[in-house]
Write a protein that binds this ligand. Structure first.
Ligand code: SF4
Ligand code: SF4
Ligand code: SF4
Ligand code: FES
Length: 353
C-alpha cells in the first residue's frame, strides 16, 4: 500500500497516496481540473496542456494529468490558470471547423461554453484534407480533430495494435489508419474503442440508423451484451422519437469491460429491429405448425412437456442445453431448474467444448 503525502491545494491542506496524479487528487478534494487529452484508461500523456496548474518552484505551469503528487507540493489552480485555459481553448477553437460531424458529445465545445470562450478568428490554414474511409462503421473528420492522440494511444495501449497513426505536421496533421489505408486494411478490428475515447467526436459512428438526434438526446438503457460469455456491460441508445436503438455505447466504470467493447457488442445491434426476428413466443400445435401465443401459455406447454417426459421416462431422459451467450444469472437459473426441479444433472453449454 502506498504511503500518504501531504500537499497544499489552493491554500488548503490536502493529502493523497504518494504518486497519485494531481488531477485525481484534486478531484477527490472537490477541485475539478478540465482535461482533453487525458483518459484514465491510458498512460499519462500531458499533450494538450488544458489541465495545467501552478506548482511552487516550477518555472512554468505543469499538466495535472501527468504530474504526481509529492510531499510538500504547493499547487494552485486559481491564479493565472483560468486565463491560460481560456486562451488555449480559443486557440483550439480557431481551427475547430466542424464541431459536430456525427452527433457525438464534444468536450472542447463544452469547455468553451463553461469558460465563455469563442474562436477569436479562424486560422487561414485551419482547413485540413478530408478523410474518407471505405469501412461502413466509423468515420473521421479531420476538421473536428484536436490531435490529442487519445485514439492512437488507445489502439496502442488497450487494443495493443498499431492501426492508427498521426501523419503530417502543423496544418497538415491528421489521424489516419496506418499508411493512410482504410481501417479495413490495417490491424484494426473495428472495436470502436478509438471512437469511444475521442473527446470531440472527430471519430464517429457512420450509420446512425437514420436518427437526427445528437447522442445526448438519446435514451440509454444499460444491459448485457448477448454475443458472448464475457458479458460486457453496454448502453443501448434509443431515439425517443422512433423508439429504435440507434447506437451502442459503454462507460469506463462498467464492470467487467471498463467501457471497452468488440465489434459485435458495439456495432452489431440492428438485428433487434429486423422484421424476421421472433418477438413473441411460438408453440407448435396439433397441426404441426408454429403459432404465436402468450408467454404464460408457452411456459405452460413447455412445463407440461417436461413433466410428461419425466413421468414416462424419468428425469435422466431430459437434458438442458444452456449457452455462453446468456448471462451468468440466466445460466445459474437453468442449472437450478435442471437439478432442483427436474432432477437431472444433464446440463451442457453450446460453447463449453
Ligand atoms: S476501432 Fe479498435 S482496433 Fe480499430 S483503430 Fe480503433 S481502437 Fe484500434
Ligand atoms: S480523432 Fe479524436 S481522439 Fe484522435 S486525436 Fe483527433 S480528437 Fe483526439
Ligand atoms: S462486446 Fe464483444 S467481448 Fe463483450 S460480451 Fe459482447 S461479444 Fe463478447
Ligand atoms: S489533459 Fe492534461 S495535458 Fe491534456
Amino acid at each position: 500500500m502506498s504511503s500518504m503525502v501531504r500537499f497544499t491545494l489552493d491554500g488548503r491542506e490536502a493529502s493523497a497516496p504518494e504518486g497519485e496524479l494531481l488531477v485525481h487528487a484534486a478531484a477527490r478534494h472537490g477541485v475539478f481540473i478540465p482535461t482533453l487529452c487525458h483518459d484514465d484508461k491510458l498512460d499519462p500523456y500531458g499533450g494538450c496542456r488544458m489541465c495545467v496548474v501552478g506548482v511552487e518552484g516550477s518555472p512554468r505551469p505543469l499538466p495535472a494529468c501527468a504530474t504526481r503528487v509529492a510531499e510538500g507540493m504547493v499547487v494552485s489552480t486559481n491564479s493565472n490558470v483560468p486565463a491560460f485555459r481560456k486562451t488555449l481553448t480559443e486557440m483550439l477553437l480557431a481551427e475547430h471547423l466542424d464541431p459536430n460531424p456525427g452527433g457525438r458529445p464534444n468536450e472542447l465545445t463544452d469547455l468553451a461554453a463553461d469558460l465563455d470562450a469563442e474562436a477569436p478568428f479562424i486560422l487561414p490554414d485551419a482547413k485540413r484534407k478530408e478523410y474518407e474511409d471505405r469501412n461502413r462503421l466509423m468515420g473521421y473528420t479531420p476538421d473536428a480533430c484536436i490531435l490529442c492522440n487519445r485514439c492512437v494511444r488507445y489502439t496502442q495501449e488497450v487494443m495493443q495494435c498499431s492501426a492508427l497513426s498521426l501523419e503530417g505536421r502543423g496544418p497538415h496533421a491528421r489521424i489516419v489508419p496506418t499508411w493512410e489505408r482504410s481501417w479495413l486494411d490495417t490491424e484494426c478490428e473495428l472495436c470502436g474503442g478509438c471512437l469511444s475515447v475521442c473527446p470531440t467526436g472527430a471519430i464517429f459512428e457512420k450509420f446512425l440508423e437514420g436518427t437526427e438526434q445528437p447522442e445526448r438526446e438519446l435514451v440509454k438503457t444499460k444491459t448485457t451484451c448477448t454475443f458472448c460469455g464475457v458479458g460486457c456491460q453496454l448502453d443501448l441508445n434509443v431515439d425517443p422519437e422512433t423508439n429504435r436503438i440507434v447506437k451502442v455505447t459503454s462507460e469506463p466504470h462498467y464492470v467487467s469491460n471498463e467501457g471497452n467493447l468488440c465489434v459485435k457488442g458495439r456495432f452489431a445491434f440492428n438485428f433487434v429491429h429486423h422484421p424476421d426476428r421472433l418477438t413473441k413466443p411460438m408453440v407448435r400445435r396439433e397441426d404441426g405448425e408454429l403459432h404465436e401465443t402468450s408467454w404464460e401459455d408457452a411456459l405452460q406447454v413447455a412445463a407440461d412437456g417436461l413433466n410428461r417426459v419425466k413421468a414416462e421416462h424419468g428425469p435422466q431422459a431430459i437434458g438442458f442445453l444452456a449457452s455462453a451467450r446468456l448471462t451468468m444469472e440466466e445460466n445459474f437459473l437453468i442449472q437450478k431448474l435442471a437439478r432442483s426441479v427436474v432432477g437431472t444433472n444433464s446440463i451442457h453449454s453450446c460453447e463449453a467444448t
